[in-house]
Design a protein around this ligand. Structure first.
Ligand code: PNW
Length: 482
């Protein structure tokens, strides 16, 4: 690391005559030099992410139809405290102020999602004439403030009318998604939106929504039905990539956001690192592996046996339609070690440290191994960390501050590990903190706060937390000194 400040600079900052001679061993590298040697490259993009149902509110405005999350959250017993997204952060009406907040923090990009039922209230047919107005205003506001819009087209709010016809169990839903995505990408790309993601976290909404029933639509399918849902969703992604390319202006970048299982080798021995590489492909066989390789792994099909999905080779080619970027939502690691038949994913000890959400185990090394292993396995054209962040039990002090040093600890360590991966050549081009604002954390309701900005849900007042200052300082220094 380069020593960027002279001892005289340091003395001036500390308000002392001279730096004692004990200090020179310390390197004060808190500013990136012009070549970016100590931090991220100068063109690295810094942003924040949100999703429609988690922040917008205004569920009855503009002719929006109901989604499966309206139904699910209004069903007694399904969400913590019976919380719903009816109002959430009322981002639908506060977006101008929130864009100003992003600007103040120095953010350069914003990932948001479009609510399908605002555009097609029943999922298909003719789009509402004014269905995209809100998003058009949002995009204009972002552009006016030099913030790059990154648009997710499906972040889980399936129109209820399509669920009534079988939802993701019905292969027809894949075609409806592609029509909707082609239409929206066509409209928004003409306004200058350049980045589109087809689907957010297939794994989460499939496994939780159709597998264990804790997310909308709350189904608990058997293994066979679940494997077919996974396949239908993969196909929906592939068809959507093609529809977006067909309908949008030249030059748009198309990809998806996924939360792969990120294997972390338990030791640094070559065999455990090799085991992590095998685990990456096998643990994600129903998702990213199929998309990047255009086939299911032998092991995946063998383990499913008679429950394996029905598919054609043409469908597999569609699923593997080339993408320009992969968005990685990375929160937590899975430790693996080498075994004679490849690898074993280790169970998490009961007392493994976690953030406010039980599932969010603290293992920042996932931010190193994720990009490294994915780059090596699939050589994506570009990677973005489209989500990373944590829940914390934030409290406001009497002075009106939120001193979330736990979130700062989490972010500092994750960013440091990501920097290490980038320095070693992983092609990560940007980072989006989850989330800008505290918001509706699905079945956990409003009890779990993920924002770097605190939201008082009674008044909709926004208060940047200490972590917002931290993140802002990282952006300003391009991560030098992390
Ligand atoms: C992601 N899990 O969801 C989503 O993309 C966001 O909408 C969400 O708010 C964020 O991460 C934080 O949770 C997940 O149980 C939800 O492992 C649950 C899990 C993982 C991701």
């Amino acid at each position: 690391m380069k020593n960027l400040w002279t001892r005289r600079d340091v003395a001036r900052m500390l308000g002392i005559a001279a730096v004692p001679t004990l200090l020179p061993a310390v390197s004060f590298a808190a500013q990136a030099d012009s070549r970016g040697e100590d931090g991220f490259p100068a063109n690295f993009l810094w942003g924040s992410a949100t999703a429609s149902y988690q922040v917008e509110g205004a569920v009855h405005e503009g002719g929006r139809g109901p989604s499966i999350w309206d139904t699910f959250s209004h069903t007694p017993g399904k969400t913590a405290n019976g919380d719903t997204g009816d109002v959430a952060d009322d981002f639908f009406h506060h977006y101008r102020d929130d864009v100003q907040l992003m600007k103040t923090l120095g953010l350069q990009a914003f990932r948001f999602s479009v609510a399908w039922p605002r555009v097609f209230p029943t999922g298909s047919g003719e789009p509402l004439a004014h269905g995209l107005d809100f998003y058009k205003r949002l995009v204009a506001e972002l552009h006016a403030n030099h913030i790059e819009p990154f648009c997710t087209l499906y972040h889980w709010d399936l129109p209820q009318a399509l669920q009534d016809k079988g939802g993701w169990e019905n292969p027809d839903t894949a075609h409806r998604l592609a029509e909707y995505e082609g239409y929206v990408a066509g409209e928004l790309s003409r306004l200058g939106v350049r980045y589109f993601f087809t689907i957010n976290e297939m794994r989460t909404f499939v496994e939780l929504g159709y597998g264990n029933g804790t997310h909308a639509p709350g189904l608990k399918l058997q293994r066979k039905g679940l494997a077919q849902v996974r396949h239908n969703v993969l196909l929906a992604h592939g068809l959507s990539v093609q529809a977006i390319r067909a309908k949008s202006s030249p030059g748009v970048q198309v990809g998806l956001c996924e939360n792969p299982t990120v294997p972390v080798p338990v030791t640094l021995r070559a065999e455990d690192i090799h085991a992590a590489a095998i685990a990456l492909r096998e643990e994600n066989a129903g998702y990213l592996t199929a998309i990047f390789e255009g086939r299911y792994t032998e092991r995946y099909l063998r383990e499913l046996g008679d429950d394996a999905p029905r598919f054609t080779s043409e469908e597999m080619r569609t699923i593997a339609s080339p993408i320009d970027a992969v968005g990685l939502n990375i929160y937590t690691p899975t430790y693996v070690r080498s075994t004679p038949d490849g690898y074993r994913a280790l169970p998490m000890p009961d007392n493994f440290p976690h953030m406010a959400s039980d599932w969010l185990k603290v293992g920042p090394e996932c931010m190193y191994w994720g990009p490294k292993l994915i780059q090596e396995a699939w050589k994506p054209r570009a990677m973005y960390i489209t989500e990373n962040g944590c829940s914390a039990a934030d409290r406001m002090t009497e002075q009106g501050e939120v001193l979330d040093t736990d979130r700062i600890m989490y972010l500092r360590n994750c960013l440091g590990q990501m920097l290490k991966a980038v320095k070693e050549g992983a092609d990560v081009k940007g980072y989006f903190v989850w989330s800008l604002l505290d918001n509706y954390e699905w079945a956990d309701g409003y009890g779990k706060r993920f924002g770097v900005v605190y939201v008082d849900y009674k008044t909709q007042k926004r208060t940047p937390k200490l972590s917002a200052q931290f993140y802002s300082s990282v952006i300003a220094s391009r991560g030098a000194g992390l």
